[in-house]
Design a binder for this molecule. Sequence first.
Ligand code: ADP
Ligand code: MG
Length: 676
Amino acid sequence: MLSESEGYDLLREYGVPVPAFESVTSPKAAGAAAERIGFPVVMKIVSPQIVHKSDAGGVIVGVGSEEQAAAAFTKIVESAKEYDSEAEIVGVIVEEQAAPGLELIIGGKTDPAFGKVLTFGMGGTLVELMKDVTLRILPITEEEVRCMVHEINAYPLIAGYRGMKPRDEEGLVQTILSVARFFEEAANVVEFDINPLRLYEKGSLAVDARVIVDDHPPELVIEDRLELPLEYFNPRSVAVIGASSDSKKMGYAVMHNLLQFPGQLYPVNNKRSDVQGLKAYRSVKDIPAPVDMAVVTVPANFVPMVIEECGQKGIPIVVVITAGFKEMGETGRALEERIMAIAKGYGTRIIGPNCLGLIVPPRGLDTTYVHESPRAGNIAFISQSGAIINTVVDWSLAEDIGFSAVVSVGNQADLNFLDYLNWVKRDPKTKGVILYIEEIKNGKAFMKVVEEVAREKPVVAIKSGSSTKGQAAASSHTGSLSGSYDVYMEAFRRSGVIPVHTLTGTFQVAEMLASPKGYPQGKRAVVITNAGGFAVLSSDYSERYGIELVDLPPEIVEEMNGFLPEFWNKNNPIDLLGDATDKRFQKTFELLAKHDDLWDIAFVVSFPNLVLSSEQIANEIVRFSGLTGKMIVGTLLGGDSMQRGRSILREHQIPSFEELDFTFRVMGRILWQQFR
Ligand code: ADP
Ligand code: MG
């Protein structure tokens, strides 16, 4: 940690305003320095071990005379020694006392995946309590800095709140930019915070600077990955090394799921001549034809030999399902390095190890041991957890959801998220992508690639590890204010990825976006329902999730008066009342379709009753969707009686939900990404 005066010097170089100061080592010198600076002054302890000076009784403000300054020196040094007897006391800094102002924080930290990150927010001693901060991954533009300033909850205090004069927002923006430039250019600065930065009606002043340097800062590598040919994921022949007829073995289950593969399938087993009814080979090298992909289930210590043989056979891609590598500590890591070295020698690419492998339902390829292969569909699911794939695939069968691809990335010794993203981006069957992420190594490269994918196909991500429990104790406010989860969220936002917090949510968002109408064109919405209660809830949820309910213009209300009961609510949400028949919905839909320049999304919310069957309302929604290019979202509330209607909506690829909160939450997530 640099001393405060070193920190001030650095900041001043970058044009950040700091107070006049002097460092002293005796009471007498303190008095003289205070005299030169001008009273009152603030005095603070200088010690590399004391990070939070106030906590140590190491800050005295309002020192008004030479004598007081001398006394303050002694007091500060005593308190500091009492607070931490081991701490090395370098001296005391005497500085100009700044006028009171709005206390803000500007901080920075180095994220292991995404590099330097800048935070900004409400500062002072209550920062951790208020947690009113926002962050950006560097580099940053002036426009982004302006957004940061606007984003914090306390922004009204900057803009002028309840008769208070506005503060120097423009000066603040320039100061944040200067600080960003300082952080980017100072290669050895890994973390810092300026807390507080006092903001005035004119100008600002940094009255504390904590700068942490590391002479060997972690280096971020930006790797550019070449796109793999699509054929790598579309093999015509597959060998299963370790294929087995023993139902207790992994090699059995993998082989079993591959039996439906329409291409050539070659079991390899060094002890048997046939496996599950197919001729088996002792080694891949004995197979009398080319092999496009190998799947490996043999124990870890045999894997190097197997990879060697695959290399000799000229197999371009090998799925290593076997576990017992990097995830198992040092010996495993060494083994993983060995198989990578062998594979590299032959130009063989590796999926895994320690993974479930790959499922490409449209091709009938399933190298995993999932209980039952998933259906073909248009969503690609790339997951860092094999268990979650198992669960999701099982659940997708019941929910009638299909996949264009399912990938378990495993240890990512060779192929990683970037390669799979590059693949599904080009895969014509894939219309939407779901990522389950635990940790990404190369964040910057990830952002670049995923941004390209998201420009063409919606990408939805669920990131585990949002809890702050177990997060390493941080040495600065910035460190404790913004955990790595927040950095991921910011990275997602920047690259067009929609973050979702639940697994089922990811599928609902992805399915909606993969539907023919794709993204909504804006956030203006109308709600049409036959239930007053749901009308009110729809308003609540719209407000909560940032969806804008448009006012109905008088001419539309007038027209609707023509065919609706006298007591309809004449408002949006449009309540067609509990006795609404399909005819009433139909007329309303036709009118709204005619005026579809007024809105971007129509939510139809309906419950079952005796005058309106789920089939009827579903058919009306389908007709409505045909009349307009705008997005229509159905919410059919109820139990089994709504099933038929839901199936109709599904057949026509109209997004639909079974719970109202979900409808609005999912749309809110999408709009947040699109129209923030
Ligand atoms: P720490 O954060 O290590 O406890 P600071 O240097 O931030 O110590 O000082 C604690 C508080 O004292 C600041 O939050 C600020 O309110 C006040 N303070 C510090 N330096 C000055 C100064 N030069 N002028 C006015 N107030 C100051
Ligand atoms: Mg401070």
